[in-house]
Design a protein around this ligand. Sequence first.
Ligand code: ATP
Ligand code: MG
Length: 299
Amino acid sequence: MTTSKRIRIAIQKSGRLSKESQQLLKLCGVKFNVNEQRLIAHADNMPLDLLRVRDDDIPGLVMDGVVDLGIVGENVLEEEQLEREALGKNAEVNKLRQLDFGACRLSLAVPNEVEYDGPQSLQNMRLATSYPNLLRRYMNQQGIAYRDCMLKGSVEVAPRAGLADGICDLVSTGATLEANGLYETDVIFRSMACLIQSNQTQDPAQQALINKLMSRINGVIRARESKYILLHAPTDKLDKIVSLLPGAENPTVLPLNDDTNRVAIHAVSSEDLFWDTMEELEALGATSILVMPIEKMMG
Ligand code: ATP
Ligand code: MG
């Protein structure tokens, strides 16, 4: 009997990426139960184990080949790569794809009372951050001298606490900045979650499973980005109606019983259809407009 080695995927234990990382794997058909106390969760139906760790540890675990795959924010990945490159350590990973969650940006922000008039306004400031390498790269590109104050958490309170003049921190809505009397001045990095692979995976059976997982992830994400649309349309407005459906250039057009002036259209649209588009469709004479979610897609 050949026992092929199990694949290990590192995901965030608890935090902003953990729920969606687990859900993505479940939608790909990986069956597992997470025990909050345990680091490892074994999949029941494929040779795959989930390693639940702090997100900061994920890039390093993948780079060192301790795990085969990881789901992590591009911000954390890039910061670790810069850190390792600065230290002359191996920083190579294979980024398999960007995922469709975890959107945020790394931004500079200063207290409301500070006047901002271009990046040079930050000259000689002390900036609090958990991302010293991304900050350094940006400030060097801009040619601005600054000092940093490394904080792993509570970065947004640093100016009020008198620890720094400004901050470089992750933002998604900006509500935290506002609540702390800060405003955003420069976006220095835009980030999504991504799937990374170690370039030390060598076993062909393991690689085959990774490829299969990738194709399922692609299918899940494409399905989430698409909608199935059904409607009845006047035959003479067919072209106009189809042009309102993004990504649905070749829809299925079916005859309707006892009605030669109208047809049924079935199409997969690559974007969510908003009320505005549905109203335009209706104005062109479309009726029985249905927009439905798609669960999986392949091919
Ligand atoms: P850990 O305990 O795993 O180290 P953490 O506190 O460092 O967790 P989280 O706050 O859970 O991390 O964020 C994880 C990732 O989620 C971030 O690195 C980033 O890629 C993404 N993210 C999305 N939106 C935001 C946001 N508004 N603030 C912070 N991170 C965000
Ligand atoms: Mg972290």
